[in-house]
Design a protein around this ligand. Structure first.
Ligand SMILES: CCCCCCCCCCCCC/C=C/[C@@H](O)[C@@H](N)CO[C@@H]1O[C@H](CO)[C@H](O)[C@H](O)[C@H]1O
Length: 512
């Protein structure tokens, strides 16, 4: 996936970085914010956090947001993807109680971004449900679709005029499979094979409701783009025989198709392979109905076409093979019936689930083009974890190789419009605490100020954004980073002023 040729990023390709509220903001109970499911989960289970650090303070971006914007200016990014915390805006979860101070925080933060021509890309929901709604069933309760719609309405009303890019929901699979099916992520319900599927249906519908609301109320006025971010790691068969090939296709249908099909496929709905498999397994297990809830014709219609872009969160590739291993019953794992692994030669990161296999993005893009007719995509997350180290050569290598494969995919027809590095800075990696560092900037969590320091990867990313191609072997003299150039938007403005001045001069002195 790299033929040695240098490819340039298209002129309209945008670069950004990403974080989420729980992972960076801190101020967990300040200025009227209420408890989220992640606050509750990690407060109740401190032993589950790898290094004991939860999101109570995190990077303290609530107080350090100006420094965060300064870092974005140092990098020279076009946009910043961050999320809004539902319990900060609506402490009871419902629209009857809007926290003015919460809205004010995001308003001044967005203004700070706009001041420097950095476009906000807002994720409306990145895992932090108000605990009060969880007490009513959370995403397993079909009413959560309407609770989320109301929350989205409040956020759109407040910021639609300032925000050009919206992501309704981040990674339904992480919310549902890990949080409702499993116990390792908040809210840790552990209803595998049942609660996870109920949650998936509700989360997908909640997304569609929010999309339709923006489409009706704000699209004409502000012409923003609204998408959804989906976890899309690539999967290949361990050995290319028919059995493993079919198992891999089914694995993709369960991990990618389940979320992509309802929005981007021609006929909408969950993939028939998934519906058939869960129905068959459910019956075998004595259930009278499928554990996967049905989407009604109206719901299929609501979901179909409900996104302006596909947010692709891509980190790695898994190798798939069929298995006799007994997964718990019922469970999604048992419904799929496979085992995953990595090639031993793929470089390890600091996270057990993440190895470097950058070719996966090329294959993923071509797969999405074929299956879903060339969707418009934005890579809304891609990154690499290390220990606490400033010279992060492994992140630089992984990023450069990824870009080469991505550019090849673009040349071969992928409509990828932007790339978002995860993450701007080290943050609270959910249950892993701060033991897995994903930041382009290192954060000193011991310091009161949560001091941020640019890593080697920050300088390399900055250079790629400036030059718009990957310079193999380029190294900075040192790790100093500063704001040395105006952003691309500012440069465009300067060019525009220049043209206007020339026109004006020509008018004043027509014969010169
Ligand atoms: C030979 C040993 C084989 C081991 C194989 C391990 C198999 C693991 C099983 C699958 C687990 C999948 C885990 C994938 C997770 C990512 O897609 C997910 N973490 C991405 O979510 C985003 O992650 C960011 C960094 O982790 C960040 O936390 C962000 O908030 C998330 O949106």
């Amino acid at each position: 996936y790299s033929d040695g040729r240098i490819r340039r990023f298209p002129d309209d390709f945008l670069f950004g970085v990403s974080t989420s509220a729980y992972q960076v903001e801190g101020a967990w109970d300040l200025d009227g914010k209420s408890e989220s499911v992640w606050d509750r989960f990690l407060h109740k289970n401190p032993d589950m956090i790898a290094d004991g650090r939860n999101g109570d303070i995190a990077c303290d971006s609530y107080h350090n947001y100006k420094r965060d914007v300064e870092m974005l200016r140092e990098l020279g990014v076009d946009y910043y993807r961050f999320s809004i915390s539902w319990p900060r805006i609506m402490p009871d979860g419902f629209s009857n109680n809007i926290n003015k101070k919460g809205l004010e925080y995001y308003d001044k933060f967005i203004d700070e971004l706009l001041k420097y021509n950095i476009k906000p890309m807002v994720t409306i929901y990145h895992f932090d449900l108000p605990q009060k709604l969880q007490d009513l069933g959370g995403w397993a309760n079909p009413l959560c679709v309407h609770w989320f719609e109301d929350y989205a309405k409040v956020v759109f009303k407040a910021f639609a005029h300032k925000v050009p890019y919206w992501i309704t929901i981040n990674q339904p699979n992480f919310i549902c499979v890990d949080g409702y099916g499993g116990k390792a992520n908040a809210p840790g319900i552990g209803s595998s094979g049942i609660g996870d599927y109920m949650c998936i249906k509700n989360v997908m519908l909640a997304h569609a409701k929010a999309y339709r609301f923006y489409e009706t109320e704000y699209k004409d006025k502000f012409n923003g783009s609204v998408g959804i971010s989906l976890a899309m790691n690539w999967a290949d068969p361990v050995i290319n025989n028919t059995e493993n090939y079919q198992a891999t296709e089914l694995y993709r249908d369960f991990t990618i198709g389940l979320y992509v099909n309802p929005i981007w496929s021609k006929h909408g709905d969950f993939p028939s392979t998934v519906k058939d498999r869960v129905l068959q397994r459910s019956r075998d297990q004595g259930y009278m109905q499928s554990r996967l809830p049905v989407l009604s014709p109206e719901e299929i219609k609501l979901l179909k076409g409900s996104a302006d872009f596909m947010g692709v969160n891509h980190y790695t590739t898994f190798l798939v093979k069929t298995t006799d291993k007994v997964h718990s019953i019922p469970s999604i794992e048992n419904d799929i019936g496979v085992e995953v692994s990595f090639r031993p030669e793929w470089k390890k990161s600091q996270s057990s689930w993440l190895r470097s296999a950058p070719y996966g993005i090329y294959k993923l893009c071509l797969y999405l083009n074929k299956e879903y007719d060339y969707p418009a995509m934005i890579v809304t997350e891609h990154g690499w974890s290390t220990k606490k180290v400033l010279k992060d050569g492994s992140r630089v290598r992984n990023m450069r190789e990824f870009f080469k494969a991505l550019l090849l995919a673009v040349e071969d027809g992928a409509r990828v419009k932007g790339y978002t590095a995860w993450s701007l800075m080290d943050n609270v990696e959910w249950g892993a605490g701060t033991s897995e560092r994903f930041g382009l900037y290192e954060v000193d969590f011991e310091s009161k100020e949560k001091t941020r320091t640019a890593r080697l990867s920050a300088l390399v990313y900055k250079r790629i954004i400036e030059r718009r191609f990957v310079e193999e072997g380029w190294k900075p003299d040192n790790l100093n980073i500063s704001i040395i150039k105006t952003s691309r938007a500012q440069r465009n403005n300067i060019e525009l002023y220049f043209v206007l001045i020339i026109c004006l001069l020509k008018k004043i002195f027509p014969h010169q």
